[in-house]
Design a protein around this ligand. Sequence first.
Ligand SMILES: N[C@@H](CCC(=O)N[C@@H](CS)C(=O)NCC(=O)O)C(=O)O
Length: 229
Amino acid sequence: MGEPPVKLISSFGSTFSHRTEVALRLKRVPYELIVEDLHNKSQLLLTHNPIHKKVPVLLHGDRPAISESLVIIEYVDEAFAGRPLLPTDPHARTTARFWAHFIDQKCMKSLWAALWMEPSEAQRRSMVEAKGSLALLEEHLGERSFFGGDSIGLVDIAASVLAHWLGVMEKISGVTVVTKEEFPALCHWSRRYVGDEDVKTCLPERGDLVAMFSGCKEMFRSMAMAMPQ
Ligand SMILES: N[C@@H](CCC(=O)N[C@@H](CS)C(=O)NCC(=O)O)C(=O)O
């Protein structure tokens, strides 16, 4: 009997969707991509992710759907053969999870506020916090090619937003956070990440992202202003 089909509910330009698609690509898992219109969510999405109503969602055969990008990556890594995305050693595995969660819970929140808040004391504090978190990532990466060592792993995938999306956000918001002078290791890593052959197959075109996110500027600003400080 063959492997049950894999479907990925995603949306164009979604960094979280990219994470899961790249995991499938790296593991060589064939999948069907279902691109959702988030302004008009489908019954498929609402049925399979009734709790968060967000993409990405992974469907594997007739098993209950899996949501939340980092959870999906771990599932893909465990459910399919192919090269590992997480280390096998329990300590290294847990450390990778720690940094992936650090990116979502600490790095991204302050980065978002620094990029999109109106200039203010709170925005300046967020910038300091964002740079502090990025400096920790820079130090953790050190001299390695990837957070996963010689090849892309969980933390690289979690950080993919920094490699491809951050530059677009900086252009649209007019706020620069990452420079090669301040974060040389992260800048080299970004180039290696976006240059990877598997990653390239599922990266949205920069021009398309600029066009899409330019229209979201006001929405991003109000989201940032509404964030708890
Ligand atoms: N924590 C979630 C975040 C997913 C997420 O925020 N997805 C966005 C698209 S990038 C979404 O579906 N937004 C629709 C909404 O908020 O209603 C994950 O890691 O998968």
